[in-house]
Design a protein around this ligand. Structure first.
Ligand code: NAP
Length: 486
């Protein structure tokens, strides 16, 4: 029986485990460094954390949830959903909690992966397991990043990253600096602004912000979703169709992009009356280049008297607060860093060694790339979910994860049916695929500003170009000639 080890227990890991289990592959284990499953939906517990993709689409296609309390579910509800799906399908008992993978090495003689885990109880500090197939499902946003600003460690007050929210911190009556104004900040700043004496938002770049068509589901909706499941499928279909059009707006020549920009600018004019604040909040780059955000509360929060938006760069952090490039020291009680994640150095927290001692970190030194975002030459039997060029600027990542899982299942089925021990994508197939992706990305909105989708080499390593249907089509049927089977 072919053994499969999956690193992680978020949506990506679950998508693969569910697909393989349903197809009869039962030697599965999921390694989770924490003591609970859920990935980013376990970790990001900041006030107001939620998803800006509607829940009927931001859920597994085969597990609709008639219990969603609102169209855009909040973190706790999404985390509960993940847990319940894992329980229902018998995945939870397959998860080995407290298992932090630190290295994985391909053994050419046995055609297996030797996976090493941090283990302080052993003399070497590690322990090992062996599997036939290694699946990375660590995602793109699992490692919070603090900014490289002088003095970040010297602040004497409370400070934390948005993905590691300190729930013992009471914002009431406090002066709080927030560094960053991206997708996370937009969600928690309105909550801080409600209680804090003062919130100072250090905004390096403004974002395009759209209204969020959120609403609680009434008893009527829930009863309908229960009794007529097709009604929820219909809602999902409508949202998917809309999101596919939205994704088209991320092509810089697109008419949809111009419509998106008009809506965002209308939203700003409607919600922010002060011309000075409005000027600060007006982006000067093409729409879609940074993630388009959705909120009905963010602009009104920034317009409150107890909220200030500082657009000067931060030059240093001191014991007392934050110094900006105009020389002002802002004394604060707390600093919240909403500065994003280490998204570019894919999988580099794990020391992965493939054939002939090839290191994945070396192979991807100029930015990660993989055939269909999943398969890497020189790394047989390694499957990567939510890998390079599979993130979206609009749409549901879960749709993408399901497509990847179906492709991985085909790969495993063929491996087993053909009595092969290894599957490895050919260099030619990977390079041809990558040329196509890179060419398409050159025309995307993401090519026109700094964003977390780009590697320091300039390469756009995070995002899939375009809508999700073309990805589903590209991954629908495995092309055997793209791989070496042995
Ligand atoms: P982010 O979007 O990467 O935002 C980071 C923010 O920090 C940006 O405003 C950035 O400014 C700023 N920043 C970084 N370094 C700085 C520095 N040295 N000085 C001042 N400002 C600095 O991070 P995030 O908000 O955590 O979101 C990351 C991703 O997580 C999102 O894009 C999204 O994919 C996902 N997410 C999704 C949801 C959802 O609703 N589905 C919610 C939250 C997060 P610049 O823009 O100038 O770089």
């Amino acid at each position: 029986m072919t053994s499969v080890g999956i690193i992680g227990s978020g949506f990506g890991a679950l998508a693969v485990a569910l697909e393989l289990k349903r197809a009869g592959h039962t030697d599965l284990r999921l390694w989770e460094r924490s003591d609970d499953l859920g990935g980013v939906w376990r970790d990001n517990t900041y006030p107001g954390a939620g998803c800006d993709v509607p829940s009927p689409l931001y859920s597994f296609s085969f597990e609709p949830n008639p219990h969603w309390t609102r169209r855009y579910a909040l973190q706790e509800e999404i985390h509960t959903y993940i847990r319940s799906v894992a329980d229902k399908h018998g995945i939870t008992p397959l998860v080995r909690f407290g298992s932090e993978v630190v290295a994985a090495t391909w053994d050419e003689h046995s055609s297996t992966w030797t996976v090493s885990f941090a283990d302080p109880s052993t003399s070497s500090g590690t322990r090992e397991e062996t599997v036939d197939i290694l699946v990375s499902a660590v995602g793109q946003l699992s490692r919070p990043r603090l900014p490289a600003i002088e003095g970040v460690d010297s602040f004497a007050g409370t400070s934390f990253h948005s993905a590691e929210w300190d729930h013992s911190f009471d914002p009431a009556g406090k002066t709080i600096a927030v560094v960053g104004s991206g997708a996370s900040a937009v969600q928690f700043i309105p909550h801080l602004a409600r209680d804090a004496a003062e919130v100072i938002v250090f905004q390096r770049s403004p974002n395009y912000l759209m209204p969020k068509p959120d609403k609680p589901y009434k008893a009527f909706h829930k009863a309908l979703f229960h009794k007529v499941p097709a009604s929820q499928r219909l809602e999902r279909g409508v949202i998917w169709t809309f999101m596919e059009q939205f994704a088209r707006g991320l092509d810089d020549e697109s008419r949809v992009g111009r419509v998106n920009k008009s809506v965002a600018m209308w939203h700003l004019r409607k919600q922010v009356k002060d011309p000075d604040l409005r000027a600060k909040l007006t982006p000067d780059y093409p729409i879609g280049c940074k993630r388009i955000l959705f909120s009905n509360e963010f602009y009104p929060a920034l317009a409150q008297d107890n909220v200030d938006v500082v657009t000067y760069a931060i030059t240093k952090v001191t014991r007392k607060g934050v110094v900006d490039s105009a020389g002002t020291e802002h004394e604060v009680d707390a600093i919240v860093y909403a500065t994003g994640f280490d998204s570019q150095d894919f999988l580099q927290s794990i020391d992965i060694t493939g054939t002939h001692g090839q290191k994945l970190a070396t192979q991807w030194a100029d930015g990660a790339h993989a055939y269909l975002g999943m398969y890497v030459p020189n790394f047989p039997n390694l499957f990567v979910t939510y890998g390079p060029n599979t993130n979206l600027g609009g749409g549901s990542i879960i749709y993408m994860l399901e497509a990847q899982a179906r492709h991985m299942r085909q790969a495993l089925d063929r491996l087993v049916a053909g009595d092969y021990e290894t599957i490895e994508v050919t260099q030619e197939a990977e390079e041809a695929y990558d040329r196509d992706v890179v060419a398409k990305l050159e025309h995307s909105a993401w090519a026109h500003c700094d964003n977390w989708y780009r590697h320091r080499s300039g390469r756009i390593t995070s995002n899939w170009p375009g809508a999700t249907l073309p990805f589903a089509k590209a991954t629908k049927v495995l092309e055997p000639s793209a791989f070496r089977w042995a």
